[in-house]
Design a protein around this ligand. Structure first.
Ligand code: ADP
Ligand code: MG
Ligand code: ZN
Length: 591
């Protein structure tokens, strides 16, 4: 029976998706056009906006999936104005709702919000709008817990429905329903009752999370299986992606950040994401000592301080905010020119969301990640106990270690999209640097020596962290666990050695083994399932690495924005030449 049900669901979603929702000959099409121009002062729709509007006006349930900044709000704000009655908008954050009310008020669109921080009077007025057929309010914003916790609200909602005045539900950030999403909010699960309680009222879900299992989970929770899904591409062509080698010390990191902020991002706004609250504070303090204006933002600051920091950043008093991922949803600054990750994200999804806060105005912006092996273990020891999280972290590491495939391509693969090679337009470090800087190293001998070290350590019951393994492999540290092979340092640098260990981890030749102490979790390294393969006489394993420190900051920034002209004049020349190199030479075949 379930497979029959699934088949029907699939049929339904396929046939809905095959319809052309972009049409302009619906009975409401003229009104849509004039409202767009006269009230929103917008000349034309962005991709899928019109489809979303037509589908919800047709009474279909739909989920709109667009990257942040693409314009999801218009998809429910515009239809709300076309007919009598109310659109109820569910939003997870008060600050998000306030931003929306502000921008609607500027356009003279009557809207109201209802939340825990509004006064009793305000909430009374909002409740009345539901039953008042004379109200001019078109959009009513509420938090999801209203549906569970306020009987008055629910009964008024039913009255509104009975009077035929409940136009639709718009559920913003709809991925919050799903535990698989990056921002699960338990209150969102109450929204599952809407489709049964108000069967003819269309639901329009909106999200910037594109992974397919989150989407089907959302459909399940909202009881709208097989509903129309309108998805635009997640490619952000104006974002430049780059990985930088992360210095081993905090001082070294501060040097890098200082250079970036003082030269490459002079007079521009951005975000620096750090792993922990302590890192945030240390970095912010360090940067201030170096004369930079930065704010600090994390969950242990009180709401008032946080909103002040946010404000100062908006007003450009701060050039950058050094933040944990607590600085996230609700950032509404269009001209964020850089997002620097001082430490890697937990997953590619998180990385996409965090870095995606750059360049919402469509102008060039940069997403730079400082990567070093040690951060892998800082994250893995935090996430390992959750099913699948380690695998997702390794996806992020794969992105960082990659030197060959366009970074956009790696992101696209993650979203099951294909943006094609040509779509990057030299907007990532891989595409901009000529193939010349890539070197292929053979890992057969290295991996054998690593296996010897691990075996010796096991016999002596010594546990190896990655750093200890690296030491012994490079013939440093305790003599009794070193191997008898040649010093790998003759062929590769220690830094490349770190990359090799990370690479062997994500390829399953090594595995992490987690141990607990009273204070922390430690990741030790053991041989993984694929280590068996090295016994095979035909065993071969290669890895592509950077030939030299191609991302040394003393070298020109791969950057074409005018702001760089002065500081990196030589750089512009060089970068241009690189582009020609790439054009003239077909990519080298390396494997
Ligand atoms: P999202 O919710 O997808 O992150 P928003 O709805 O907040 O994005 O819209 C981001 C910005 O894009 C807003 O300033 C909005 O006015 C603008 N915008 C939306 N649609 C269009 C359009 N068709 N043309 C120009 N600007 C648009
Ligand atoms: Mg939005
Ligand atoms: Zn690229």
């Amino acid at each position: 029976k379930t497979s029959y049900k699934n088949a029907i669901t699939k049929l339904k979603s396929d046939s809905l998706a095959s319809l052309d929702w972009e049409g302009t000959s619906y009975e409401w099409s003229d009104d849509v056009k004039s409202t767009l121009e006269n009230i929103f002062k917008i000349k034309s729709f962005r991709p899928k906006q019109l489809s979303a509007i037509n589908s919800t006006l047709s009474g279909e349930h739909a989920i709109v999936v667009m990257p942040t900044g693409a314009g999801k709000s218009l998809c429910y704000q515009l239809p709300a104005l076309l007919r009598p009655g109310l659109t109820v908008v569910v939003s997870p954050l008060i600050s998000l709702m306030e931003d929306q009310i502000r921008s609607l008020t500027q356009k003279n669109i009557p809207a109201m919000l209802m939340c825990s921080t509004s006064s009793k009077d305000e909430n009374q007025t909002a409740l009345k709008t539901l039953t008042d057929d004379k109200t001019d309010i078109k959009l009513l914003y509420v938090t999801p817990e209203r549906f569970a916790k306020s009987k008055r609200f629910m009964s008024n909602l039913q009255k509104c429905h009975a009077a035929g005045r409940l136009q639709r539900f718009a559920i913003d950030e709809v991925h919050c329903c799903s535990q698989w999403g990056h921002d699960f909010r338990p209150d969102y699960k109450f929204l599952g009752i809407l489709s049964n309680m108000f069967p003819k009222v269309p639901i329009l879900g909106l999200t910037g999370t594109a992974t397919s299992h989150v989407l089907s989970d959302v459909q399940k929770i909202l009881n709208i299986p097989g509903c129309l899904v309108l998805k635009t591409t997640f490619n952000r062509p104006n974002l430049f992606y780059q990985i930088l080698e992360k210095p081993a010390t905090q001082e070294g990191c501060l040097d890098v950040l200082e250079k970036l902020l003082k030269y490459r991002y002079k007079d521009e706004s951005g975000i620096i994401y750090a792993h922990s609250i302590k890192d945030c504070e240390d970095l912010a303090q360090g940067l201030r000592k170096r004369g930079l204006r930065v704010g600090c933002y994390h969950a242990s600051l009180d709401a008032d301080t946080r909103s002040k920091v946010h404000q100062k950043w908006h007003e450009k008093i701060y050039q950058a905010i050094v933040a944990t991922v607590a600085f996230g949803m609700g950032i509404d600054k269009p001209d964020v020119r850089f997002v620097i990750h001082h430490s890697i994200s937990k997953t590619m999804e998180n990385y996409y969301q965090e870095s995606g806060r750059a360049g919402r105005d469509g102008l060039r912006a940069e997403c730079v990640t400082l990567y070093r092996m040690q951060d892998l273990f800082r994250v893995s020891t935090m996430v390992f106990s959750n099913n699948g999280h380690l695998e997702q972290l390794y996806g992020m590491i794969k992105y960082c270690l990659n030197v060959k495939v366009c970074r956009r391509q790696v992101v696209a693969e993650y979203f099951n999209e294909n943006w094609g090679n040509t779509d990057c337009n030299y907007m990532c470090d891989v595409c901009i640097h000529p193939n010349k800087i890539i070197r292929e190293i053979r890992l057969e001998e290295h991996i054998k020596n690593l296996a010897v070290v691990i075996e010796k350590a096991e016999k002596k019951e010594i546990k190896l962290t990655a750093l200890k393994l690296l030491d012994a492999w490079f013939l440093k540290g305790p003599v009794n666990i070193r191997h008898d092979g040649p010093d790998p340092g003759l062929k590769i640098s220690r830094l490349v050695g770190e990359d090799v260990i990370a690479y062997l981890l994500i390829k399953g030749y090594l595995v992490e083994d987690f141990h607990f102490t009273a204070m922390s979790t430690i990741s030790y390294i053991k041989c993984g399932p694929n280590m068996e393969m090295i016994k095979d006489e035909n065993f071969s394993l290669r890895m592509l690495v950077r030939k030299s420190s191609a991302f040394n900051l003393e070298e020109p920034a791969p950057c074409f924005v005018p702001a760089c002209e002065e500081v990196f004049e030589e750089g512009r020349g060089r970068s241009k030449r690189n582009i020609n190199d790439v054009n003239e030479q077909p990519p080298e075949k390396t494997s």
